[in-house]
Design a protein around this ligand. Structure first.
Ligand code: TRP
Ligand code: SF4
Length: 541
């Protein structure tokens, strides 16, 4: 089969139009990271951090788990990485504060962790690249070796772990991680991390882990320790001071992210919310209280001093939204009777020390009212109150954590179709593969091609279902969008045939591996000088 028959310069105006969008990944077709090999019915999404992860339909992750679409935040990201531009990074949780810090030149961090269960492969490279990119954008970068987790969850011996750990670090360095500026650590070797894990454990209980991870009575304690250790990893960059932090991971790690975000909030000394009177109200009741306050002219004898009882009468006579909260809101207002209804910012004690609570009361400026477990500030907005509360917390030994953010990338399809799996060598390319083996693996990969060259020319190839195209998009094109688009267009336009296409990809893969391994060898020489202990002190397992 020949390589390209038609050069792309001949592209028709129609093609040009398609190129200006994101046609190279198929603008309408959802990119199926499983290459469409998953059975259609297999669309029940389960996110299991320790299971085998295939995701049949990424859209479900948005609906079922509230992961947000990365495309929506993309315009806010300065100079986005190609994995972001190409939709490989497809989802996020709360990435905005990170993007904002990046734009404003403020502090932010990025961290991810790697279980050293085998050789690092091209799937890990994506995450290495994401950490490195955030580092280059000015963030503090962290990469950790999850050796405790590998020991607990995969039963690897410390010797095996040490060997793999070293290899992960070498690849990360070879890809451009700056160790002077960033931090590399092993879970087992980081005492501060373990203390933080222990501390976070005070805010999580067994029932919760059971619900999130399906743990049961027979689950090993070390699994639970792995969970709190990972929670500590995720919050570790904020131990110096709170800062927006992004965790680049696969979507299988999302349960960990949800728990980490919860724990970050539970660790806070104070909470801040809007309030309207001395009593406590739920979020949906507060909506009604706000409406009642805003309508005070309608019912209050003295609009400067609307009473709770008056607001109750008004509310009872209306069709409020949300309707469910009416009864309880009316009741609370009635009980408060003559007390004025008046907006305020409530700062409440969550797990503050007495000294911290006292200091907070002192610090709140303007008119305030102090209760047993909260203080109401009448001249402080919620944002300012948040800042006060965080300052006081930090002054009194708290962490003041911000909820950590995450970005999610698609899983690569295996070269043999189906899942890319480290247990099937032909399905993936290890960063340690002999470059010639890398070449061979690409040459024998499954494609999205048609049965005959003739059919291919006529109908075009199915780039969206082609593992080889994925190699181009995820890795081989690097930062060169034009090249990625060219491959895509030529393929779906029938100008590109699989034989030549694979030859080109195989050659690119071979030289990538050669180059990468050269750089690994260079770092190998310098590894001793780095401040990372690569040998576990515990040799028995
Ligand atoms: N659990 C992750 C995995 O299975 C590894 C990991 C440990 C991690 N700590 C982390 C990932 C912190 C992201 C952030 O590969
Ligand atoms: Fe895949 Fe290339 Fe064949 Fe298209 S031409 S189906 S991208 S191998």
């Amino acid at each position: 089969m020949s390589d390209r028959d038609t050069p792309t310069e001949d592209a028709s105006p129609d093609e040009d139009r398609r190129r200006s969008g994101r046609a190279w990944r198929g603008s309408d077709a959802p990119l199926r990271a499983d290459g469409g090999t998953e059975a259609e019915g297999a669309d029940d999404v389960r996110l299991d951090p320790w299971g085998s992860s295939t995701i049949a339909d990424y859209r479900k992750l948005f609906e079922q788990f509230g992961i947000e679409e990365f495309d929506e935040v993309l315009p806010e990201v300065p100079d986005p990485h190609y994995l972001m531009r190409r939709g490989v990074i497809f989802g996020h949780r709360d990435y905005r504060p990170v993007a904002e810090a990046m734009r404003e030149g403020e502090e932010f961090a990025s961290l991810s962790g790697f279980m050293p269960t085998g050789d690092p492969h091209i799937g890990h490279k994506m995450v290495f690249d994401e950490i490195i990119w955030h580092q280059q954008q000015g963030g503090d970068a962290y990469a950790l070796i999850a050796d405790l987790e590998a020991h607990a969850a995969r039963g690897l011996s410390w010797e095996e772990i040490d060997e793999h750990a070293r290899s992960y670090v070498l690849s990360l360095l070879a890809l451009g991680f700056d160790p002077e500026d960033g931090e590399l650590y092993r879970q087992s070797d980081n005492r501060e991390l373990q203390d933080l894990a222990f501390e976070l454990g005070t805010e999580a209980n067994f029932s919760e882990l059971q619900a999130i991870y399906d743990f049961g009575g027979e689950t090993n304690v070390s699994y639970m320790q792995s969970v709190v250790t990972q929670m500590a990893d995720i919050l570790y960059p904020q131990l110096d001071e709170p800062k927006p932090t992004v965790i680049p991971v696969g979507p299988d790690q999302d349960p960990h992210m949800r728990l980490a975000r919860d724990l970050a909030a539970r660790m806070r000394y104070f909470g801040v919310r809007e309030a309207f009177a001395s009593f406590e109200a739920e979020a949906d009741e507060r909506v009604l209280l706000r409406q009642a306050y805003d309508a005070r002219e309608e019912y209050a004898e003295d609009a400067d001093l609307p009473r709770c009882g008056e607001a109750a009468d008004w509310l009872r006579s209306r069709e409020p939204a949300p309707p469910d909260a009416r009864e309880s809101a009316v009741e609370k207002l009635e009980n408060a009777g003559k007390e004025p209804i008046r907006p305020r910012t409530r700062i409440f004690d969550r797990r503050a020390t007495d000294a911290a609570f006292e200091a907070l009361i002192e610090a709140v400026p303007g008119e305030k009212r102090v209760y047993d477990e909260h203080v109401d500030a009448f001249e402080l907005g919620e944002r300012e109150a948040e800042e006060f509360a965080r300052e006081v917390e930090l002054d009194h030994g708290g962490h003041g954590f911000l909820p950590p953010s995450s970005v999610y990338h698609r899983f690569m399809t295996g070269l043999t179709g189906g899942k890319m799996s480290s247990s099937i060598p032909a399905s993936h390319i290890s960063l340690l593969d002999d470059p010639e083996d890398g070449y061979d693996k690409v040459k024998s990969a499954t494609t999205g091609g048609r049965t005959t060259a003739e059919e291919q020319r006529e109908k075009g190839g199915k780039a969206d279902e082609c593992p080889v195209y994925e190699l181009y998009a995820y890795l081989l094109s690097g930062d060169d969008d034009e090249f990625a688009k060219e491959v895509y267009e030529e393929c779906v336009g029938g100008e590109r045939l699989c034989g030549g296409c694979k030859e080109q990809a195989a050659e690119l893969m071979e030289s990538f591996l050669e180059d990468h391994q050269e750089k690994r060898a260079e770092w190998e020489e310098k590894l001793d000088e780095l401040d990372i202990d690569l040998d576990s002190d515990r040799k028995r397992a």
